[in-house]
Design a binder for this molecule. Structure first.
Ligand code: TMP
Ligand code: ASP
Length: 246
């Protein structure tokens, strides 16, 4: 029997804003369930995007599979159905790793640079994952001082992140999409025999800024954050361009 047909959904372990984690009968794997709930500005704005969970599940599964195939370790085990993935259990490194190829969002605001300005090279930022503090931007010295990641972890994170960026830029360019910026999360495998850092969480229009290359049209969660309308349609358009079915 394949791993996925054996996976049994157990107790709820954690409910986040967009996903729920469930135990399985294996101590080294969990099920990640994708909701339609959408939040922005640390939960201040709340809503629902029709079939977002289905779209993010299939998009993130595909992107992680591509990355895995070129040697980036990820948490992905299998896509179980429309909204559920079987993933390796990790202890999340409490950092949001944001990669920016083009200035947008908080960088535009913080530094007073026009949204859409191309960066000569990708910029990597770290935010400390703490909702009560609103995920503050932190320096590498903070990361070291407070022990959120070791120097060795950071070397691995930078290496994987730059490789991921090259691959994702090319992948999206091929479907007529500019990868403006996005957020990655890494974790350390727990409960099994393997150890080491893997890419975890999700890569989806919730966590990326994706602009149509020709028109600049936004195909991501900014449509929800900025009340632009056509939110569910934008997620479906990414699914369609990726050659997937929702
Ligand atoms: P920012 O410009 O708001 O800092 O966002 C940078 C990128 O990170 C953008 O693609 C959206 C993503 N992101 C998340 O995935 N989760 C978050 O909580 C935030 C603030 C941003
Ligand atoms: N994910 C964050 C929230 O839940 C912020 C965002 O994506 O804009 O509010």
């Amino acid at each position: 029997m394949s791993e996925e047909s054996q996976a049994k959904k157990g107790e709820k372990l954690h409910e986040g804003k967009a996903k729920v984690l469930f135990a399985t009968d294996r101590s080294d794997q969990v099920i990640q369930y994708f909701k339609d709930d959408a939040t922005a500005f640390n939960g201040e704005k709340k809503g629902s995007i029709a079939d977002k969970g289905v779209a993010n599940n299939v998009i993130s599964y595909k992107l992680m599979t591509i990355l895995e195939a070129v040697g980036i370790p990820t948490h992905m085990v299998a896509k179980l159905d429309d909204r559920n993935q079987l993933v390796k259990k990790v202890e999340i490194i409490p950092l949001e790793v944001v990669v920016r190829n083009i200035v947008a969002g908080s960088m535009a605001k913080r530094l007073g640079i026009k949204e859409g300005t191309k960066l000569p090279r990708p910029v990597v930022e770290f935010y400390y994952k703490d909702d009560a503090l609103d995920d503050p931007l932190v320096t590498l010295d903070h990361v070291d001082m407070f022990g959120w990641a070791t120097e060795e972890d950071l070397d691995t994170i930078f290496d994987y992140t730059h490789r991921i960026n090259d691959i994702l830029i090319a992948f999206f360019a091929n479907i007529g999409v500019t990868l403006v910026d996005y957020k990655l999360e890494y974790g350390k495998l727990v409960g099994g025999e393997e150890n080491g850092i893997v890419l975890a969480d999700e890569i989806s229009p919730d966590s990326c800024r994706l602009w149509d290359m020709e028109t600049g049209e936004k195909l991501d969660k900014d449509r929800f954050r900025r009340d632009m309308g056509g939110v569910a349609e934008a997620y479906q358009e990414v699914v369609r361009r990726m050659g997937l079915s929702g």
